[in-house]
Design a protein around this ligand. Structure first.
Ligand SMILES: C[S@@+](CC[C@H](N)C(=O)[O-])C[C@H]1O[C@@H](n2cnc3c(N)ncnc32)[C@H](O)[C@@H]1O
Length: 205
């Protein structure tokens, strides 16, 4: 009788440990090769392709709903600015995220925002040019970038996992790619109209 109980307990412990480790293993794989936040040496890279303008918070909530973000998702924000999208996603849904920006000042602000909101276990901020990234570990990708950048990103996006969701603020992919959903909303923050587009991979023509 005793060995049987021991076996059951061992199996249960193993199951719990595995469940705890799977998301962490994926997180580790996603940031493979990157130094920990506080060890990455920030440098002046080339000029950003677009300046920082934050997405209004009420729109971020709508974007996260459109992408149906859930706890198990890995969210990549390319050109994360102050990481407001990742922080809100972590707070609302408990999702993990990686924010990439080319501008060292944005990296500093993002890391401060992540620490201030106590979500450093869920979010990593990395200085990088977004056009050098492998996006295959992302489940959700919010984007607020210049139209030229959206065109340039297509080859990387086409290698993303089927079923990944990309939700764009203002500018979508070139017109040959059809969004699954497009809405126009007025933000309470600036009383202006904004366009939001959802694409589910693979991109559809
Ligand atoms: C319009 S802001 C969007 C910020 C944030 N995603 C949001 O919606 O609140 C664009 C950001 O992209 C960054 N950026 C521009 N070119 C980049 C590049 N080639 N690689 C990485 N980041 C870039 C800028 O520094 C800026 O923070």
């Amino acid at each position: 009788m005793y060995p049987k109980i021991q076996t059951v307990i061992s199996a249960a412990v193993l199951f719990m440990l595995t469940a705890l480790m799977v998301p962490n293993t994926r997180f580790a794989a996603a940031v493979q090769g990157a130094a920990p936040d506080d060890e990455q040496e920030l440098k002046q890279m080339r000029t950003p392709d677009v300046v920082f303008v934050g997405t209004p918070y009420d729109l971020i909530s709508t974007m996260l709903q459109m992408a149906e973000v859930k706890k198990s998702d890995m969210v990549y924000d390319l050109g994360c600015g102050d990481a407001r999208i990742l922080v809100l996603a972590a707070q609302k849904y408990g999702s993990r995220g990686i924010g990439y920006d080319i501008d060292p000042q944005r990296i500093i602000e993002s890391r401060q925002n992540v620490s201030k909101n106590n979500v450093q276990d869920l979010i990593k901020i990395i200085q990088a040019d977004i056009f050098t990234l492998d996006l295959s570990n992302a489940d959700v990708m919010p984007l607020y970038l210049h139209p030229d950048m959206m065109s340039q990103l297509v080859p990387q996006v086409e290698k993303m996992k089927p079923g990944s969701r990309i939700v764009c603020h203002e500018y979508g992919f070139p017109d040959i790619y059809k969004p699954d959903k497009k809405i126009t909303v007025i933000s309470n923050e600036d009383n202006a109209e904004h366009h939001l587009m959802l694409y589910t991979l693979p991109l559809k023509r």
